[in-house]
Design a protein around this ligand. Structure first.
Ligand code: ZN
Length: 132
């Protein structure tokens, strides 16, 4: 599997993106709202992968809860897979604790699904499928 992107939780996209754009030498994508996760996200291309910056749009957003508990910083690791539903089913059969039992719409028109952080030493793991 390849890493599709790394997700970073932030309180304010506009406040943090300039410094990341300077060190990466590329411009962030225009912010996009992802209603299924109550976040606004922007992506920064870094070589073959991306950094995803997530800003909560609602206090009940999982990212808002993450910020309250842990503060800003690394939020999840996302792996690119051919089929998210297949991957989630495979993990469920192996007894891996999941957040999603089926894929849902993610940013950039992708299908996504999450495994529970308790299954991966406290790190939230996302699976991403590029929909043609
Ligand atoms: Zn992500």
């Amino acid at each position: 599997m390849e890493i599709d992107h790394l997700g970073l939780a932030v309180r304010d996209l506009a406040a943090v993106l300039p410094s990341w754009e300077r060190i990466s030498g590329s411009a962030a994508s225009p912010p996009e709202e992802v209603p299924s996760q109550k976040v606004r996200v922007a992506f920064l291309e870094v070589g073959e992968t991306h950094l995803e910056f997530l800003e909560p749009t609602d206090p009940t957003s999982p990212v808002a809860r993450f910020l309250a508990a842990r503060g800003e910083g690394m939020h999840h690791v996302a792996f690119r897979v051919p089929n998210v539903d297949q991957k989630l089913a495979e993990l469920a059969r192996q007894g891996t604790r999941l957040i999603d039992s089926a894929s849902r719409p993610g940013a950039r028109g992708r299908r996504v699904g999450f495994a529970h952080p308790s299954a991966f030493a406290g790190t939230l793991v996302e699976f991403v499928e590029r929909v043609p």
